[in-house]
Design a protein. Structure first.
Length: 77
């Protein structure tokens, strides 16, 4: 949570934009990292929601690749 708060304070004062992704450590979770991404609010992105949703997945996968992660899970976006 502290890393999220730090990212918000230093890089994303208005929150992480839809389609972007960032990584933090996993803290006490049984994982090394948590990749955070923000899906589109479909009523705000008429006609662009599918592209933003695809960007969420692609940006999260790019981070996982840079980390040389062995696996990734997408519980819900």
């Amino acid at each position: 949570m502290r890393e999220c708060e730090e990212l918000r304070a230093t890089h994303y004062p208005d929150g992480l934009p839809a389609g972007r992704a960032v990584v933090t450590n996993a803290g006490a979770l049984p994982a090394k990292w948590v990749v955070h991404t923000v899906g589109p609010m479909l009523w705000e992105h008429v006609g662009g929601g599918a592209d933003l949703l695809a960007a969420c997945h692609l940006n999260a996968l790019a981070i996982a690749d840079r980390l040389d992660a062995a696996s990734i899970a997408f519980p819900a976006i």
